[in-house]
Design a protein around this ligand. Structure first.
Ligand code: C5P
Length: 278
């Protein structure tokens, strides 16, 4: 069995506070995009995990943790081999690892004839990471709480986007730490986007935003330059996804997106065209 694990981008990301457990409360509209990894599940006489990228072949991989959790919870013998083919850049703020884990949960549950109910799958997803529930849902949603409280959004159109990433690294905990280092005004991009759900794609794109840019523009100025490049190449809007370092640009159509991606590749960036999924 083969299953696709779609990347996600944050169209908005507002940080509304710090919780008692040390995590942050968020309000974010996240959408899956067509850029994806693939997971192949086969019957086997023992459990194994393999990946086309050797540095990801470890017991710590979220896929292995998701599989172990699935087998422990369902009581099913772990007689399956998993093979991950990675296409989503990492670490990038594109939810690649979270999406792989969600696909393993969904894939194993389907492979073994659905021993776990949806609610149980979502509970396991939540324990694996803040973005795993959204990846399991695999539809546009308003994400609140730590990211695990999901309200699906039905009415978003599909956008042609370019996802690009430079060389820099931006570890998520460090970005959150830096964000906390100063008192900050809470952004309200999410509410603005939700108010505009029935508007045209230009008004929608105008409402996209990411609170982390205040921090990442200083920590990784190349991400700011990349957003500026996207706008110079005709993007309607451009923002960091998650805690970065990937940046997405929203374009009027696929042709404009392809031209921009080609130009960014020539400048040395990894750049890929894809569509947001609805
Ligand atoms: O849940 P996940 O493993 O993706 O979180 C990675 C890190 O990001 C956490 O250890 C925490 O530092 C930060 N985080 C947070 N608040 C969230 C999500 C993540 O502080 N809502």
């Amino acid at each position: 069995m083969k299953i696709k694990a779609y990347a996600k981008i944050n169209l908005t990301l507002d940080i509304t506070g710090i919780r008692d457990d040390g995590f942050h409360s968020l309000r974010s509209v996240m959408v899956p995009v067509s850029l994806c990894d693939e997971i192949e599940i086969n019957e086997s006489d023992s459990f194994s995990f393999d990946c086309n990228i050797k540095e990801l072949c470890s017991e710590d991989n979220l896929c292995v943790r998701a599989a172990k959790l699935f087998f422990a919870t369902s009581g099913i013998n772990a007689l399956a081999s998993l093979r991950l083919t990675k296409n989503i850049p990492f670490p990038a703020g594109l939810g690649g690892g979270s999406s792989d884990a969600a696909a393993v949960l969904r894939g194993l549950n389907s492979f073994f004839s659905s021993p776990l109910k949806e609610t149980e799958l979502f509970r396991l997803a939540e324990s694996l990471g803040s973005d795993v529930p959204l990846c399991l849902l695999s539809r546009p949603a308003l994400c609140e709480g730590r990211g695990e409280i999901l309200t699906p959004i039905e009415s978003l159109p599909s956008f042609d986007i370019v996802i690009a990433i430079g060389d820099g690294r931006l570890p998520t905990p460090a970005v959150y730490r830096e964000y906390d280092a100063e008192e900050r005004k809470v952004r309200n991009d999410t509410d603005l986007l939700l108010e505009r759900l029935n508007c045209d794609r230009y008004s929608l794109a105008e409402a996209f935003g990411n609170a982390f840019e205040e921090v990442t523009d200083k920590l990784a100025p190349e991400t700011k330059r990349l957003r500026e490049q996207m706008l110079a190449l005709g993007a309607l809007n451009s923002h960091l996804s998650g805690s970065g370092p990937s940046v997405y640009g929203v374009f009027e159509n696929a042709e404009k997106a392809q031209n921009a991606a080609k130009s960014l590749e020539k400048m040395g960036y990894f750049a890929v065209c894809c569509k947001t999924l609805s």
